[in-house]
Design a protein around this ligand. Structure first.
Ligand SMILES: [Zn+2]
Length: 255
């Protein structure tokens, strides 16, 4: 199974529009971060988590050809605003299966009513098949079991997902101890770490590292990164062993 980091930036992406911050001006490709998303695939399935405003660009670069399931973590725009660009997949595959908390499905069906509409549809508008994700209810995409993991982004519920021994968690600030059972024996954890300073709805570096120490995955990649965190190369040197900053277009293999 492979995991391709489609985007690793926080809500504005890096560079931030109009910014003269040294990270935004960096020429290192690892300092250029689209909005956060991953593509997880092997011979049998192809899953994309979140569909932010950079989705089109991400699909062009990654060469993802098919989506068996589009999973959402939550409804914030940096995770959902690209939904219209599923059109090429819809033309090729038909209705695209989307998986999210019922609250998120309701939100998307308001914001993208023409995509969720079943009658009098505008010809050429994409269509989806919505599937509700419930906590403590595992589900399958093409025989691959997916385990939802419940967490909080400030006051907002978010889902992370476990697929085999890989876990993807973003926009997390707190997580109940009862959820840690689902995070046992992980090979690779992806978790959000916004910056060094604390933030009211995101883990900072220290909170992410405390969480990693609790979960003890073999390897961790940090994502949902703000330009305020600093240059990729410099921050990487300050991280503990087996903790890495993810970067756009990084691809890793999970056994
Ligand atoms: Zn976000």
């Amino acid at each position: 199974m492979k995991v391709y980091f489609l985007g690793t930036g926080t809500s504005q992406g890096i560079p931030v529009i109009g910014s003269d911050h040294f990270v935004c001006l960096s020429e290192d490709l690892k300092d250029k971060r689209l909005r956060v998303s991953v593509w997880i695939y092997d011979e049998d399935f192809s899953i994309v988590i979140d569909c932010g405003p950079d989705f089109r660009q991400q699909m062009l670069v990654s060469k993802c050809r098919y989506i068996d399931g589009l999973l959402f973590t939550h409804e914030h725009a940096d995770h959902t605003a690209g939904l219209d660009d599923i059109r090429p997949f819809y033309f090729k595959q038909g209705d695209i299966p989307v998986y999210a908390h019922q609250r998120v499905l309701d939100n998307l069906s308001k914001r993208f009513d023409y995509i969720f509409e079943k009658e009098n549809k505008y010809p050429g508008a994409p269509s989806v098949v919505p599937f509700e994700v419930r906590n403590n209810q595992n589900f399958q995409i093409k025989k691959q079991e997916i385990i939802p993991i419940n967490a909080l982004h400030g006051n907002l519920q978010v889902f992370g997902y476990r697929i085999k021994d890989f876990v993807y968690l973003t926009d997390v600030k707190t997580i109940a101890t009862s959820e840690l059972e689902k995070l046992k024996n992980i090979d690779v954890l992806v978790v959000n770490a916004l910056r060094f300073e604390p933030h009211h709805t995101h883990f900072n570096i220290e909170e992410a590292i405390n969480f990693i120490n609790l979960v003890q995955p073999k390897k961790t990649y940090l994502t949902h990164i703000s330009h305020i965190l600093g240059l990729h190369e410099e921050v990487q040197k300050q991280l503990p062993e087996n903790v890495f900053l993810a970067y756009d277009n990084l691809e890793i293999e999970i056994k």
